[in-house]
Design a protein around this ligand. Structure first.
Ligand code: 5GP
Ligand code: ZN
Length: 142
């Protein structure tokens, strides 16, 4: 897509090709320009084809992306103590670049990164919870 930053990185129009960590026919992995992790290693993994949301990806591209996530995770977990995989869909969820991407964020003791620190809430009632199970089941498609 013409005005997409990540499509420009794929086409090597911006950034430097030496910043690319991994590339195959369907996916590419590169360092985030403003890493959440000061020690480094915050890696973005994207399909080469432009899709906006995770739901837009073809099955083949979704599988390829997951394999690249697994490959990169194996590398990152060798120098970090843990790792988060984050993927934001739509602005309300924190998506600012409209080319689907997965963040791999290496983690260390007391690194101060706030990702998993959401409040653990309770459901209003058992029927609320079961209604949600049913609602999602009804929305599942092939
Ligand atoms: P989002 O908030 O959309 O999930 O994450 C977008 C990410 O893309 C941000 O972490 C941001 O730092 C990164 N980013 C934005 N522009 C560029 C760029 O030109 N190069 C690289 N390598 N990362 C970028
Ligand atoms: Zn794009």
């Amino acid at each position: 897509m013409k005005d997409c930053i990540f499509c420009k990185i794929i086409k090597k129009e911006i950034g430097q090709s030496k910043d690319i960590i991994y590339e195959d026919d369907k996916t590419i992995a590169f360092l985030d320009i403003t890493p959440a992790q000061k020690k480094g290693g915050h890696t973005l993994i994207i399909p080469k084809k432009h899709y906006e949301l995770v739901t837009d990806m073809s099955d083949a591209d979704a599988k390829a992306v997951m394999l690249t996530i697994k490959k990169l995770s194996k590398a990152l977990l060798q120098f970090s103590q843990g790792m988060n995989i984050i993927q934001n869909n739509k602005r309300v969820a924190g998506q600012y670049v409209n080319h689907v991407h997965f963040h791999l964020i290496p983690r260390f003791d007391n690194d101060g990164i706030l990702i998993e620190k959401w409040t653990a809430n309770k459901y209003n009632s058992e029927s609320d919870r079961l209604n949600m199970v049913q609602t999602i089941k009804n929305l599942l498609k092939d």
